[in-house]
Design a protein around this ligand. Structure first.
Ligand code: AMP
Length: 214
C-alpha cells in the first residue's frame, strides 16, 4: 500500500509516518529528511539546498523527484511507501505518477491532515527531536519522560531544525497554500483523498489513519 501524507508544515506528518513505520512495517520517504542529509555535504548542491530550506522555499522538482525515484528503486514491492512532504507541487504530483508507474506501483490513499494554521506556529517552534534516533518531542506537548533523556533510545542529545522559526514557518505555510494545496483536487477526482482531523492528540490521529488503512 502506498500513501501520501499531506498537510502544512507542523501538521504531524513526520510523527504519524514514524508510527506507520513501526505498526505496519511501511517505509517513510521524507524528502525533507533526504534534503537535510544533502545539505550536510560541503558541496555546491548542499549549499544551494541549505539556502532554499532556510528561506522556507522549495527545492527544484527534478531534484526531489529523482530522490524519490532512487529510493523506490531500492524498495521491494511488498513494502508500502509513505510519501511525507512529497509531492509539494502539481509538477511533482505528475512526476510521482510517472515514477510509481515505472516501478509498478500506484497510490492507494492521500491522507490530508486538517489543521488550524495559527496553532501550527506554536507546534512547530516548540518541536525538537532526538539527535540519535529521530524521536519527536515538544516543549509544551511532549517532553521526554525523564528530562533530557530520549524515551526511545536513551540519548541525551537533542536538536531543533534551523527552519523552525516563526518567520520561516509563516513563509512555509504560504508556500503550502499556494503550491501544495492545489494538488488536492486532482487526487479528489480520483477518489483517493481521506481527511483526518490533525488537531486531535497524536494517538487519536494515529487511530483515524489506521482506520483508513484497514
Ligand atoms: P519538511 O521537512 O517536509 O518540512 O521540509 C523542509 C524543507 O525542505 C521545505 O521547507 C523545503 O525547503 C524542502 N523540501 C522538502 N520536501 C520538498 C519537496 N517535495 N519539494 C521541494 N522542497 C522540499
Amino acid at each position: 500500500m502506498d500513501i501520501i501524507l499531506l498537510g502544512p508544515p507542523g501538521a504531524g506528518k513526520g510523527t504519524q509516518a514514524h508510527r506507520l513505520v513501526e505498526h505496519h512495517g511501511m517505509m517513510q520517504l521524507s524528502t525533507g529528511d533526504m534534503l537535510r542529509e544533502t545539505r550536510k555535504a560541503d558541496t555546491e548542491l548542499g549549499r544551494k539546498v541549505a539556502d532554499i530550506m532556510d528561506s522556507g522555499g522549495l527545492v527544484s522538482d527534478d531534484i526531489v523527484s529523482a530522490m524519490i525515484d532512487a529510493k523506490l528503486a531500492d524498495m521491494g514491492p511488498e513494502v508500502g511507501a509513505i510519501f511525507d512532504g512529497y509531492p509539494r507541487t502539481e509538477h511533482q504530483a505528475a512526476q510521482l505518477d510517472e515514477i510509481l508507474a515505472k516501478h509498478g506501483r500506484s497510490l492507494d490513499h492521500v491522507i490530508e491532515l486538517e489543521v488550524n494554521e495559527d496553532a501550527l506556529v506554536e507546534r512547530i517552534t516548540g518541536r525538537f527531536t532526538c539527535a540519535n534516533c529521530g524521536a519527536g518531542y515538544h516543549d509544551t506537548f511532549k517532553q521526554p519522560k525523564v528530562e533530557g533523556v530520549c524515551d526511545e533510545c536513551g540519548s541525551t542529545e537533542f536538536k531543533r531544525r534551523p527552519d523552525d522559526n516563526e518567520e520561516t514557518v509563516r513563509h512555509r505555510m504560504s508556500v503550502y497554500r499556494n503550491e501544495t494545496a492545489p494538488i488536492l483536487p486532482g487526487y479528489e477526482k480520483r477518489g483517493i483523498v481521506k481527511r483526518v482531523n490533525g488537531m486531535g492528540g497524536i494517538d487519536e490521529v494515529t487511530h483515524a489513519i489506521d482506520a483508513i488503512l484497514s
